[in-house]
Structure formats: C-alpha cells, structure tokens
Design a binder for this molecule. Structure first.
Ligand code: ATP
Ligand code: MG
Length: 852
C-alpha cells in the first residue's frame, strides 16, 4: 500500500519517495519520541523503561461485531496498533462477541476488511471472546468457591432497587448469603438451561455500600436463550462486559488495555476481576492495566453504532457504506484514503478530556492527501452550451493538458478535445454580473483552461427567458492560454467539448446532519425530536447529466480525480460502469460551508439556476449558492485562476502577471514602484518576483511583514511568490487567517534547518486552513527535522544492513539507488530526517561498505 509521499529537493531534480506503509514501521530509538506524543504513549514508555510486564507491550482493539467500524474506531485503531508498532509490541484484533442478540458474522468480515484497509495487520492475532466462554465459566466457578460470587434470584427491578443510590447504600437481597454449594449447583443448572431468561443472575459479592455504584455486587452472568453467531446454542448464559473484558485481556496477555473515558469508573471493577479470578496464573496470561482516553466526537455526525444501525435499517441512508456515513466503509466509498484517515487521527492527537472535533479537520486531512494523489481533469456539473462561431464546424484540436499542473516534477498529460460546441459551468456565466465577478458575461473575455481566450458575443434564451446558449468567438492567437495583446484576462474556466464529453452521474455528498451536535440538539429540543430530526435533507444532491472529458472513459471504478475548480471525486466503486459513469464527491476544494454556516438556515431545495437547457433541477440552495454569492461580491478565485491555474506553469511570476510589458517598465503607483526598485536593487530579487510582490499594496505589505521575521529575503520572496498562491484558494492575502509575520516565522524555521521544505508546506497548508503559530504547529505535528548524526546513524546502519542486494547494486554503479536508501531512512523517521544529512551519512556508510 502506498504511504505518504515526500518531495525531496537538492538532487537537481526533485525525487519522489514512496514511504510504503507507515503503520508497519518499527522505529529504532524512536520510543522516546513516541513517548512525547501523548499521555498514553508516555505511560507505555514508562512501563517499558521500568520493565513492567517484562518490558512487553501488547495492546488490543476490541470491537463488538454489532455494526460497521466508524472514524471513532479508527482513532482507537491508530492508537493501539500505533503503540504496538512504536514499542516493538503487538496489537490484537479481538471481537468482543459476548452478546448473542446483536452480533453477526457479516460484521466480523467488515471489521477485518476495514482494519486491514486502514493499513493495520493483526497477523495471526485475531481472537474471539466467545472462544473463551469455557474459561470465563471456570473462572466464575472459582469466584463462587472463594465466596466472591453468588446466584441472585431477584428480578432486575428488585436488584436495581436494592442497589441504593449515590446518597444511600444498597441493601443485601435475600439470596446474598447462599452457600457455596447452593451457588455452584444453581450456576451449573443455569448453564444447563434449566431456567428461563431472567430467572437468576450470577453476581460478584463485593460491597453494597461502595461509593462506586459499579462495585455494588455487579452482575457477571445472565441467562439468554439465544443463538450466538459463533457458538450457536452451546450456551444459554452469557458473561457481561465488565466480567468478560478484563478476562479477555488477561488471557491474551494484553499489557495495556486502552479504552474510552466512559469506562473510567469500570477500572476499579476491572482490577477486581483480574485480582479475584487470579486469571494471571493461567499459562500465557498477563496482569493487564486499563487506561482511558477521550473518544472522538465529530461534528455533523453521530458515532453510536446503535444510531448508525438505525439509519441503515430505516433506509435513511443507502447502507453502512453510504458515503455520508462516518463509517470506514462509507469514507472509503466516498474516496477518502486510509492515509488521510491516519493523518487525521494523528492531527487530532490523544487527550484525556472529551471534546468535539471540527469536521473541517477531517476535510483538511482529506484535501491534503488527495492534492498529491488525484490527477486533475475537467468535468462540467451543470452544462451551459457555448458555440464558438468563428471555429470551423468540424475541426477538432486535441490539446495537451497536464494531469499535475501544480506539482513540479510530476509528469503526465492527456489529450483534451477542443471543438466548436463546448459546455461550461452554468454558474460561470452571469448576464448581469456583480462587481468582482471575473467569469463570463456578455461582452467579456475568459480563458478556457489549456485552450483559448473566448469572448461572449450573444446570449440565447428560451421562451421562459432562461439562458440556453452562449455564442462566443475564439481569439486564435491565445492558444494554450497566452495573454492576448494588451488585454488582461482575469478568469479561467473549465469546459468540455460537447461532442466528445461523456455523460456522468455526479453525487454531491455533504454533511449528514445539519447541526454540529445532533445529540445535543435532540436533548435540547422542546418538541422531543430525536437525532433523526436533524438529518441534513440536502446531504445528497444527484446530478444525472454532468459532462466529463473523454480521458476518464477507461478508468476503473474507484479512480480518484480532482475535477478542476470543483472538488475531489472518485468513480463510485459500486455503481460506476464504463457505460454509466458515476462519481462521488469526496470533498470540495475548500470549505464553502464555513462561510454560510450560521447565516441563513438551509432552505430546502429552492430551485437555483437550473440544470441543462430548458430543464430546472433542484439543487442545494443554501451553502453553494450563498458561497457563490459571497465569492462574487468579494474577491473571486478567478483572480488566482488566471495566474496559478492559468495555462502557463503554476505560480510562476510570468503566469501571475498577464500583461505583456516587462516587469521593470510597468507603471506602478510611486509607492509600489519604489518598492520594486528596492526589492531588485537592494534585496537582489528577480524582477519577476519583485513584480508579483508589488502587484498591489496588500501583497507588498504582507511581504514586508514576512521579511521582519529575519529570514533571507530571497527565501521569503520565494515562499510568497511560489508557495503561497497554492494556499490562497481564491482569497487575497488580506483574507488569510494568518499575517505576513507568521509566514516569515515559518520561512525562518526552514531557513534555519529546523524543518524541511516539505514540512514547511504542510505547516503552510494548515495555517491557510486554520491559522495558527508555525512553531506551535511544527511541535504539535512533530515536524521538527532531525539532523544530528547520533540519532540518524543507527537508522542509516539498519537500512543499509537490511538491503544487502541494493548495497551490491549501488557498489556496482547503480548510484541511483542512493535515492532508495534515502527514502527508506525518511520513511523510518516519518519524513523527519534532514535529507541532506541522511544522504551524506549514507554515502559515508556505502563507501565504507565497498572497502570491506
Ligand atoms: P457503541 O457505538 O455501540 O457504543 P462502540 O463504538 O463502543 O459501540 P465497540 O465495538 O465497543 O463499539 O468499540 C471498540 C473499540 O473502539 C473500543 O475500545 C472503544 O473504546 C473504541 N471506540 C469506540 N468508539 C470510539 C470513539 N468515538 N473514539 C475512540 N474510540 C472509540
Ligand atoms: Mg462499546
């Protein structure tokens, strides 16, 4: 499975390293670094150091097979498998299947698939609690013999009543002092099926006055005449969680039993069960300890399997793998990768107090991951016909279009047909545009991505006054997006050729609920509505007649793309066929929701500027339309499209300065002209860079502020000119959630070698999304570059030792293998090593090897 990618500079060309599956890395000398990541790891590291459990680390992920895994489980999976990998231990996948009523083998299958898909492999350590039913029973008998458990024949209500309250101790029931013999006899007959459900239970005999209610003689076994998916009808008594769970852990030799905070009160009972059953004396068993961390609560969704199962059962979603579901299967079908889920889990970290996580964080991780994974293609969601009146009737020009217009060094193009009749996005035309709308309008010009500049000469309407066609003319001198003589083109649009485009169904997925916390909303609802009332009625909008460029025709289901200017999409792994393409929207290009959330409540399905000619479709009126309106009145992303997204290579100064005149002779207001001179003469910047920096006062101010942090002016300029545009996403610098000073601090960190350039890009992406202090982001995400030889040398040695054949190859002249070795070391350090240092160390070691 591909891991995350790093672009390494300093080799002439950038080299791309595939780290492989990060989850499988075992780290030499990384335990101390792991220890610093969160309190659970700190505890584990302490135990390893102190030799507790003989220095062993065994964790487990224990799902109950009563539903599909969700993103909350992913947090637990990453934590448990992550710790095992980092501390040279192992992690078990255990099905906590002690409840016959809700469990099912199909859930076992889905859980296995999801854990593996996430990139974690329990190997042979897949267990079922049900396989230990006999041992649990024997240990219960042991408790009875010790006088620590008894059969109670009270009803459930009587038991509850006699348990007392927080303020008042419980009262012993009439059966508490049964003799050991009587208890043994009754418990045996419970197992033999002599009694109906509810006739008796087995209870621990602990303390009816305990301040911890769970210690007031908890129930350990109950009678359930039900078939179990694994043990069939072998049992009619089943152990309860609080009895079974610690035993499962101990029997498997688990050392650190990590669970969510709501089990904090159960810890006392957990320890009691381990102690009193003496389970640790069984062969291979351990004396496990329980630790609690905060569960993941994600905005705009619910995480309880019971509620998710209800949505499936009631057909409110299409299944457990509906792309709106927070399930792993749903996220997978939506196009989210395992890498994105893992990096999200890393981003949110592990803490000890409950909180809710902004869903924007997940979307951010998804975008960050897909950005370098999804090739760009063009798809028009709501087509508007454009006829190019001066383009010959049957002439087709096949244009070269890069798949990776923004990734330097990533190759790959496809041919895109350009012809007389095209489609553009209906929203990209306005008859009466507001200020700041840089797309097409009567008499206006726009650039067609990779194609030509066109001008709108005429608007054709149907009898209802709806625009059905635009008649435009092509400027043949502008092929490939070249700027026309003396005119400035601000907008760049995506488009498809009508005759060549493929029809596709596009499913626009959005948040499942319309409020951040559906459970809280339900609790606060006076009308007594439950969580279902807060489902987002516009969570799925289906467009059945989108048009997409023909290059995608043969892509297998499950292929990911970025539809330029629209979002990230995946061809639906289930429903997409070559003759019936279906695409799911994974995530929009940026957060359009944040802008409108809290303003007008989503009005259900107002018809908005219809679909194809003559036909009106109902689309989500709220977020998208409001987002567009917000865009149109402020700064449009087209200002950026014209440059960074234009036909010339991304973000180069040339692309961002469409005027033909040389930068030095361009007329500027005196203030900016003075700065241009200073930047070129005093700071030694290239004219093109200085030109971009003095394009307007806001950019110049931003740059000045960045300079004040003290990094080298050229590096600062390079980041403002070349890296920042990628993150602007339609904003101008004044709208960013951070100022020039913060960018300057980031560049200073890179300049000082504290972090690598690639790490710097990750930080910048996060700043662009959420703001924040670069140094803090670097620390939180552990991006600080490792340069010291003492840390790096053992890893280098390990890598060299692990690949003798590659060493031979290298010594026989395949020097390109150096890149392989660097990649291995970078992988083992999760990209934190200073690649220059690694390269030097490797050369040293490999040369030494040749001497032997
Ligand atoms: P339910 O939704 O029915 O309460 P559950 O989510 O607790 O069930 P389990 O199968 O018991 O499901 O969970 C397996 C493991 O996943 C447990 O160790 C649990 O602590 C962990 N887990 C479950 N939900 C979350 C969450 N939201 N965040 C982190 N860990 C979770
Ligand atoms: Mg549970």
């Amino acid at each position: 499975m591909p891991g995350f990618l790093l672009y390494l500079e300093g080799y002439g060309d950038r080299i791309r390293f595939d780290y492989g599956d990060m989850s499988e890395r075992t780290h030499t000398s990384t335990e101390s670094r792991a220890a610093g990541r969160d309190f659970v790891r700190a505890i584990v590291a302490g135990d390893v150091r102190a030799g507790t459990h003989g220095g062993r680390v065994v964790t487990r992920f224990p799902p109950e097979p009563n539903g599909y895994l969700h993103i909350g489980h992913a947090k637990s999976i990453c934590l448990n498998f992550g710790i095992a990998a980092e501390f040279g231990g192992r992690c078990h996948l255990r099905f906590d299947d002690t409840n016959p009523e809700t469990e099912d083998a199909r859930y076992v299958e889905s859980i296995l698939e999801d854990v593996r898909w996430l990139g974690f492999d329990p190997g042979e350590h897949v267990y079922h609690a049900a396989d230990d039913f006999e041992t649990f029973y024997e240990l219960a008998v042991r408790l009875i013999k010790k006088g620590k458990a008894y059969v109670d024949s009270q009803s459930d209500e009587e038991i509850r009543e006699n348990r007392g309250t927080i303020a008042e101790p419980g009262r012993p029931g009439p059966y508490r002092d049964r003799s050991v013999e009587e208890n043994l006899d009754l418990f045996r007959r419970m197992r033999a099926g002599e009694f109906p459900d509810g006739a008796h239970v087995l209870r621990a005999k602990i303390d009816l006055a305990s301040p911890n209610m769970l210690m007031r003689d908890p129930v350990l076994y109950r009678i359930r005449h039900a078939s179990h998916y694994r043990t069939g009808d072998a049992w009619c008594i089943y152990p309860l969680y609080d009895f079974a769970h610690p035993l499962e852990d101990a029997i498997e030799g688990v050392t650190h039993s990590i669970c969510t905070l709501e089990f904090e009160n159960n810890r006392e009972l957990y320890d009691w069960v381990v102690r009193e059953t003496e389970v640790a004396s069984l062969p291979g068993a351990s004396r496990p300890r329980q630790y609690e961390f905060a569960r993941l609560n994600l905005d705009y969704t619910v995480m309880s399997k019971r509620k998710l199962a209800a949505l499936v059962r009631e057909d409110r979603v299409s299944g457990w793998d509906d792309p709106r579901m927070p399930t792993i299967a749903g996220l997978r079908r939506r196009g989210v990768t395992p890498e994105a889920i893992r990096s999200f889990c890393e981003l949110i970290g592990v803490a000890k107090s409950d909180s809710r996580v902004d869903i924007g964080k997940l979307e951010y991780a998804v975008r960050e991951d897909l950005n370098h994974r999804a090739p760009r293609v063009m798809c028009v969601l709501r087509p508007l016909r454009v006829v190019l009146t001066n383009w010959p009737e049957d002439e087709v020009e096949w244009l070269d279009a890069p798949y990776w217009p923004r990734d330097v060094g990533k190759e790959g193009t496809r041919k895109v047909p350009f012809s007389r009749v095209l489609y553009i996005e209906r929203d990209d035309f306005m008859e009466d545009p507001p200020r700041g709308f840089f797309r097409l309008a009567p008499g206006r010009e726009v650039r067609l991505r990779y194609g030509y500049v066109i001008r709108c000469d005429e608007v054709v309407k149907d009898e209802n006054g709806e625009v059905v066609e635009l008649r435009c003319s092509v400027d043949p001198a502008t092929k490939g997006g070249a700027a026309p003589e003396g005119r400035r083109i601000k907008g760049t649009l995506h488009w498809v050729s009508a005759a060549h485009a493929l029809r596709a169904e596009v499913r626009l997925y959005d948040r499942l609920f319309r409020v951040p916390d559906p459970d809280a909303a339900a609790a606060a609802d006076d009308a007594g509505e439950d969580f279902r009332a807060f489902l987002n009625p516009e969570s799925l909008v289906v467009i059945d007649d989108a048009r997409i460029e023909p290059s995608v025709r043969d892509a297998p289901p499950g292929t990911r793309y970025q539809f330029e200017r629209t979002g990230y999409f995946i061809s639906d792994p289930v429903d997409s066929r070559p003759d019936g393409l279906v695409f799911n929207r994974t995530v929009t290009l940026r957060d359009g929701w944040a802008k409108v959330a809290g303003t007008a409540a989503p009005s259900a399905g107002r018809p908005v500027r219809g679909g194809t000619a003559g036909r009106r479709r109902t689309i989500r009126a709220s977020a998208e339309a409001a987002g567009r309106a917000a865009n149109a009145t402020t700064t449009e992303r087209e200002t950026i499209d014209s440059g960074a997204d234009g036909a010339t290579p991304a973000s180069t100064p040339a692309a961002r300065a469409p005027e033909e005149r040389a930068p030095a002779t361009r007329t500027r207001p005196p203030e900016l002209a003075a700065r241009f001179t200073r930047y070129t003469a005093e700071l030694g910047l290239a004219e093109e860079a200085a030109d971009v920096l003095t394009r307007d006062a806001a950019t110049a101010e931003f740059f000045e502020a960045a300079l004040r942090a003290g990094a080298a002016p050229r590096t600062v300029a390079n980041w403002v000119v070349n890296e920042l545009p990628r993150e602007l996403e339609g904003r101008d610098v004044a709208q960013l959630p951070f100022d020039g000073g913060a960018l300057g601090e980031l560049v200073a960190l890179i300049d000082a070698g504290a972090i690598s350039g690639s790490a710097g890009r990750l930080v910048l992406a996060e700043m662009a999304e959420h703001g924040g202090d670069p140094a803090e982001i670097v620390e939180r995400r552990g991006l600080r570059q490792v340069s010291d030889a003492a840390t790096l040398a053992p890893i280098v040695d390990d890598v060299v030792a692990a690949h003798p054949d590659k060493v031979t190859g290298y010594l026989n002249g395949r020097t390109g293998l150096l890149g392989f070795f660097v990649g291995q070391v970078m992988g083992r350090t999760r990209g934190r090593a200073n690649p220059e240092r690694v390269k030097a160390l490797l050369e040293e070691r490999l040369t030494a090897a040749s001497g032997r």
